[in-house]
Design a protein around this ligand. Structure first.
Ligand SMILES: Nc1nc2c(ncn2[C@@H]2O[C@H](COP(=O)(O)OP(=O)(O)O)[C@@H](O)[C@H]2O)c(=O)[nH]1
Ligand SMILES: [Mg+2]
Length: 193
């Protein structure tokens, strides 16, 4: 598929602000700084649709984007940032959990992990939650431009093994080079059918 239009819709910081209509949604989650905003921008072919930063923000909110006028990308709050206090973690988990448990039109969750690092305990928690609640998901291995091309398959296999999921569930991606973009858009088209 091609993404021909993408625009920011709204944000939710409280549970009652979560959108509850029946437009199809694809959600993005991952540790702060893993490259979530960059992935959104790269998929949509826009530089500043989602804000990118090398210093993760503390605001825990859900950002909604309308894609091709027909479905939504849902940018869920990043997790695992060191300066996030207990109160923030509780708030993050609450908002995230409510969204994931209540969304009627969520077609898949993209879980982002950095291709160069061993998945964290929070990544595992996230995955276990998705498995337990039977929400469909795939894993995006981000920033693969930081690896030699020949090392990418090996890195993906390592992540799959470490998470105990099938290799086919890992999509390597680079927002810098566009590596993996076509495959991911193809996958997206499939889940939105
Ligand atoms: N080399 C490289 N850097 C990336 C890539 N994606 C994101 N980054 C960098 O990683 C940092 C965090 O990215 P951002 O998209 O804001 O992460 P977020 O916190 O998960 O939304 C920024 O400095 C980005 O420029 C990528 O594919 N390749
Ligand atoms: Mg971000």
């Amino acid at each position: 598929m091609k993404i021909t239009s993408a625009k920011y819709l709204t944000s939710a910081v409280r549970e009652e602000q979560i959108l509850r209509d029946d437009l199809l949604e694809v959600a993005f989650v991952g540790r702060s700084n893993v490259g979530k905003s960059s992935l959104l921008n790269s998929l949509c072919g826009q530089k500043n649709l989602a804000k990118t930063s090398s210093t993760p923000g503390l605001t825990k909110m859900i950002n909604y984007f309308l894609i091709n006028g027909s479905f939504r990308f849902v940018d869920l709050p990043g997790y695992g940032y060191a300066k996030t206090g207990q109160k923030h973690i509780a708030n993050w988990a609450g908002l995230m959990e409510t969204y994931l448990l209540q969304s009627q039109s969520l077609r898949t969750v993209f879980v982002l992990v950095d291709c160069r690092h061993e998945p964290s305990d929070l990544d595992r928690m996230m995955l276990n939650f998705l498995i337990e609640t039977q929400l469909p998901f795939v894993v995006i291995a981000t920033k693969v431009d930081k690896l030699a091309k020949s090392k990418i398959p090996q890195a993906c296999a390592g992540i799959a093994k470490s998470l105990g999921i099938r290799r086919e569930m890992i999509f390597p991606y680079s927002s810098e080079s566009g590596y993996g973009k076509e495959k991911l858009l193809e996958y997206l088209e499939g889940v939105l059918k």
